[in-house]
Design a binder for this molecule. Structure first.
Ligand SMILES: Cc1cc2nc3c(=O)[nH]c(=O)nc-3n(C[C@H](O)[C@H](O)[C@H](O)COP(=O)(O)O)c2cc1C
Length: 192
């Protein structure tokens, strides 16, 4: 079983990355394979609204000159998906939003390719607006027939500067471990 995480932060090993690594710690302890792809800071276009994916139904996006189609294939191969983002003006980053818009469309028009996959949201923030970003991620899972996994509080971690600041959010980090354990639990149930 495999969980793919997609990080919308442009920072290489920033707060969001540290949170995802914590979720992975719990997943890997349960024998689940993990992979992290960073889309923040890379070129990924938004949806063109050309509706070619509806005509073609070929499980890919017609925009083929960026990282999307490779990433989408990884999403299809994964049993679980974690979408992770820092909070930018109370929402997710534009790179992650581009992934959501295009992946959501291609999945839906090809017969709900994400149905019954497991989804988790991970959001970092300095101070406010994180729940709105968290909701933006969950909207994808909710209309793609996926199972959403939470933790024992919102899947948020507080940290501003690059560094180890997010590690000081002990409750946030505990939630990340809990999220990983719950994802592993659900994945096992679904596979049994
Ligand atoms: C353009 C921009 C907008 C931001 N907007 C918010 C915000 O609305 N609320 C907040 O709490 N933090 C905001 N932040 C801070 C980041 O969400 C926070 O530092 C986050 O932990 C960074 O994660 P990263 O290290 O993974 O990139 C913003 C940062 C940037 C660069």
């Amino acid at each position: 079983m495999k969980v793919l995480a997609i990080n919308g932060s442009p920072r290489k090993e920033g707060n969001t990355h540290k949170m995802v690594v914590k979720v992975f710690e719990a997943l890997e302890a349960e024998g689940i394979e993990t992979e992290l792809v960073q889309v923040g800071g890379k070129i990924i276009r938004g949806c063109l609204s050309c509706y070619k994916c509806i005509e073609r139904k070929d499980k890919q996006c017609v925009t083929n000159n960026d990282l999307f189609n490779d990433l989408f294939r990884k999403m299809l191969a994964a049993d679980g998906i974690i979408l992770a983002s820092p909070t930018y003006f109370a929402d997710i980053t534009p790179e992650l939003k581009a992934v959501i818009d295009r992946a959501g469309f291609v999945s839906r028009v090809n017969g709900q390719l994400f149905r019954h996959k497991v989804g988790g949201a991970v959001v970092s923030l300095r101070r406010g607006g994180g729940v709105h970003a968290y909701d933006s991620i969950n909207h994808l899972y909710q209309i793609c027939g996926m199972f959403i996994v939470g933790s024992i509080y919102w899947n948020l971690g507080f940290g501003g500067k690059v560094g180890d600041e997010v590690f000081n959010d002990k409750e946030g980090m505990e939630n990340m471990l809990d999220l990983g354990r719950s994802m592993a639990f659900l994945l096992r149930k679904l596979k049994s």
